[in-house]
Design a protein around this ligand. Structure first.
Ligand SMILES: Cc1cc2nc3c(=O)[nH]c(=O)nc-3n(C[C@H](O)[C@H](O)[C@H](O)COP(=O)(O)OP(=O)(O)OC[C@H]3O[C@@H](n4cnc5c(N)ncnc54)[C@H](O)[C@@H]3O)c2cc1C
Length: 396
């Protein structure tokens, strides 16, 4: 870590910590917020939205956004402190997270003055909830193969096609949409990006349910949806560049949370469970395995600081973003696997029992951990990026 927290940073930390202690409603707190990123029902969603409004009114939302757009204008160090304190308070993922961390920053970079004025304050306050309409049934890792069409009619476009895995689309008011506007050029050059209201006639949302039973993402269908020209984000046919901005922010957010708390819970579990008539915690193999997980969490924390140091110095992005995404999501799987081996068949218990008093925590972990090795760019794609662009290996 090449920077130290100054008194102003410590002041920021204690101010935020105290404010959270005084204002965060305990019933909103979650031990594993990452397993519940999209609220499980509308009531929970609305309660979290109210929480975002409260945070916004007190100036704790969009802390790195420019002041002229309603943010706090703070730096990256404050953002790290914000993340650390927010996680330590067990606060829920904000319902507007997609807008705050991915789409708002994309509008800041590419939006017209009118788009910024229209959307940015509403994203901060939680009045506009956004979803990300990029992936399609035939276009995920190879996103540029997308086939949803937006046909140019002068003052408007007509959109037809389908998106899939769209997180939170069932609560969203707006979607950032990638669609093909020119099918006659190389695939990366004929894509445009649009800002589209989810209540536009012709949009249908169908839920897809995760293995845990949680309703997280959706299929979204577009049938002759009329989108005004003013909804274009960035230049026509330049949507690939716009989406790169969103994906860069997504990857950064994906590596932001550290799973050390999960390892701590695994240690607590090992102290209560018995193996061969003795507490699992006394078994040297189990201890070693848990110690390795804790070491990996620490390595992640330091890699994140290395990444930030680079950003604060204004240096170009290095390999840390891909390392954090890859190692963070795979560490999550290894933590889940360790829990599965400790608990055996009890790992699949989804209501509290004497053997698993904190169920459904491990049930959720086991079934949900693999999603992170897929979302925001799969592990295989991260390995390709690291191999080809960082290590200079030949393309596979
Ligand atoms: C929980 C979750 C939430 C999501 N939310 C959203 C969302 O809100 N909006 C959105 O637009 N999308 C979302 N996605 C979709 C996500 O971006 C895609 O699932 C991801 O990009 C992978 O694409 P795919 O599912 O089409 O798999 P594919 O790209 O078809 O990949 C299938 C397999 O092939 C491997 N593979 C593919 N290409 C290569 C290659 N070149 N080299 C080596 N291996 C390769 C992949 O690693 C993978 O194992 C979400 C996904 C998940 C799991």
């Amino acid at each position: 870590m090449d920077f130290e927290y100054g008194p102003e940073h410590e002041g920021f930390r204690s101010e935020f910590r105290d404010w959270l202690a005084a204002n965060l409603p305990p019933e909103l707190c979650l031990d594993d917020p990452a397993d519940d990123r999209v609220a499980s029902d509308r009531e929970t969603f609305e309660r979290r939205r109210q929480w975002q409004r409260t945070m916004h009114a007190a100036g704790w939302v969009g802390i790195t956004w420019p002041k002229e757009h309603g943010g706090r204008g703070a730096g990256l160090i404050e953002r790290v402190i914000w993340d650390e304190e927010y996680a330590a308070a067990r606060a829920p993922v904000l319902p507007g997270a997609m807008g705050l961390f991915l789409i708002g920053p994309t509008i800041l970079q590419w939006g017209t003055a009118e788009q910024k004025r229209r959307h940015l304050p509403a994203i901060l306050s939680g009045d506009e909830i956004w979803c990300q309409g990029f992936s399609e049934p035939g276009a995920g890792s190879d996103l540029a193969s997308l086939r949803t069409r937006a046909v140019d009619h002068g003052d408007h476009f007509v959109v037809n096609g389908q998106k899939v895995w769209t997180s939170g689309a069932h609560f969203a008011h707006w979607i950032i949409l990638l669609a093909r506007t020119n099918p006659d050029v190389p695939k990366h050059q004929g894509i445009s990006c649009f800002l589209v209201p989810m209540d536009s006639p012709g949009i249908t949302v169908r839920p897809l349910v995760l293995l845990t039973g949680h309703r997280h993402f959706n299929e979204v269908f577009f049938s002759d949806v009329v989108v005004p020209r003013a909804a274009l984000l960035g230049p026509l046919d330049q949507g690939w560049k716009v989406s790169t901005t969103t994906l860069m922010h997504e990857r950064h957010s994906a590596g932001a949370r550290n799973p050390i708390q999960q390892v701590a819970r695994l240690v607590a579990l090992a102290r209560t469970l018995e193996v061969d008539g003795r507490p699992a915690w006394e078994n040297p193999v189990i201890r070693q395995r848990l110690a390795q997980l804790a070491i990996d969490c620490e390595a992640m924390r330091l890699t994140r600081y290395r990444n930030l140091t680079r950003m604060i110095r204004g240096e170009p992005p290095g390999p840390e973003g891909s390392i954090l995404k890859l190692s963070g999501s795979e560490l999550g799987v290894r933590i889940a696997d360790a829990a599965g081996e400790l608990l055996g068949m009890h790992a699949l218990v989804n209501t509290p029992t004497p053997a698993v008093p904190d169920a459904p925590r491990w049930f959720n972990r086991l079934l949900a951990a693999r999603q992170y090795t897929i979302s925001a760019g799969t592990s295989e794609i991260q390995r390709n990026i690291l191999g080809e662009r960082v290590l200079g290996l030949p393309k596979g």
